[in-house]
Design a protein around this ligand. Sequence first.
Ligand SMILES: CC(C)(COP(=O)(O)OP(=O)(O)OC[C@H]1O[C@@H](n2cnc3c(N)ncnc32)[C@H](O)[C@@H]1OP(=O)(O)O)[C@@H](O)C(=O)NCCC(=O)NCCS
Length: 284
Amino acid sequence: MSAVIESSNIKIREITEPAEMRPVEDLQREVWGVPDLDVVPVTHLVATKEAGGVLIGAYDGENLVGFVYGFPAFEHGQMAHHSHMLAVKPEYRNFDLGRRLKLAQREHVIAQGIGLMTWTFDPLQSLNAYFNFCKLGVVSDRYLPNFYGEDAASFLHQTGTDRLWISWFVNSDRVKNRISNAAAALDAGSTTPLVEVTNDGSPRRNDLSASLAYDRTSIEIPGDINSLYEESAQKAFSWREDTRWAFTEALNAGYVISGFMRGRRDSQMLGSYLLSKAELLSFR
Ligand SMILES: CC(C)(COP(=O)(O)OP(=O)(O)OC[C@H]1O[C@@H](n2cnc3c(N)ncnc32)[C@H](O)[C@@H]1OP(=O)(O)O)[C@@H](O)C(=O)NCCC(=O)NCCS
């Protein structure tokens, strides 16, 4: 592998043969650090692929350096596609491969006549929030506390397995604009965030009725929850508790999570989710 990765030399293509799926098992171990029992095995990949699933790899020569995997699903009374895993090898990250894999998956799903893709992610991970909301244009109206149970097998998730269930309306103008790199005009305006980042990196809850007084509100998260966890596990758990409260209250009050911004306050990097009063299906 060269020191500088030329993204255009990396080929994105379907993974079809069982023998080609073994490296998919290996990459799951490498990226999430999961034990063998938590690895989606070749037999399962073969079966779901035959039943309409999508498995696409990113290849540097013969070597698998990333993949995306999902299967047919049912959502809002219609066929959908649930994307279960997206992974890029650490040394190949930030070269647009994650985005290219999602775009290839989108093309495949559109060709199947499907207009909605769903997946989940940990809302405290600012990288994933930025990737999903800003680069792809997803929306979300569901917060799932400890979705995969209380104990996370993966080393990426140390504070339980809370997830946002997100919707990617693959044919919507919003998504088409976002994936063609149109800058999203986002502005938190003068919202009172339900939770905000304080000077020492801890969360602070604001008054619920003040935060939910208008059609728009926001929820802040730290710029890097993984480093924060290393510094203070207690702080990281407070973030989980407070953001779980904030998302749950806002979604129950009829807001939808429709955007994300990265920013800085004094010396702190932070992220901010933007929520607006709307029906999820109005984003179709
Ligand atoms: C999520 C993942 C697949 C992205 O892959 P990738 O090839 O790096 O993705 P891309 O290069 O297309 O996009 C990454 C973006 O995140 C940004 N980013 C990187 N670190 C970030 C951080 N700490 N906070 C916010 N954004 C960050 C990059 O700048 C880039 O955006 P840009 O192109 O506008 O500059 C990869 O990080 C990964 O495998 N993570 C571990 C597994 C995982 O979380 N999978 C679930 C994904 S929902």
